[in-house]
Write a new protein. Sequence first.
Length: 266
Amino acid sequence: MGVQRRRTRRIALAALLSCFALSAPFSAQAQQTGALCAEQTAKHERLNGIPKHLLDAISIVESGRWDSERRASIAWPWTVMAEGKGRFLPTKEAAIAEVRALKAKGVRNIDVGCMQINLHYHPDAFDNLEEAFDPAHNVAYAARFLKNLHASTGHWPTAASYYHSQTPELAARYREKLMAAWDAVTNTPGTFAALSAPPAETRIDPMLARIQEQRRLAAQQREERQRQLAADREETRKIAEAYRKARLAEYMLRKQERAARLEVKG
């Protein structure tokens, strides 16, 4: 227990020092660290045929840290997201220690690195935490994942939106963030949606098509439920009417039987 308490105190002290370090303006060393993600996103965009700046924009949405000197968000390689809270650690070692501390508490849903790869949903992405926080490995895995999404959608903006989630509403909100990051990185507003778009006469946004299809199915299900309710009500009415007629017939029969008995007695 004493060893565990000392370890907990060291982790808490490291986290406190991290807060102080990250509250200060970017140092020269921090600026060099901030370039690590950008170097790898540019490299893997070229290697994988991904549109220029697309991985970069995703990394900024995922792990962007504000640089007051540049007045821009910089993807930070030592970023950890868990329990709804983002953590920008000063070093790779501190980031690894943070993840280990989270896992020791039983936390499993943890995003790490430049591209915020989720260790729970991508358990085979890395051999270890050292590799997970290596910008080259982290971005390389993200590039393969994005490329596979593009292979299934045929549309880069949709693939980039699905990088976060394939739930339409979540993907749509993420896409808005991506568009803003894309505009800032490329300085060409309005070009994100046109990435690898098909000809105008056949242009269909797969994500929009999916949302529309889900809405159509939901409307169809509502109509079917309404028809079923109407059918149930009609069936209930018929049963009630049949019951009423049966009781009336029973009453008339008893009445006739009483009349017959009275006639016999008379």
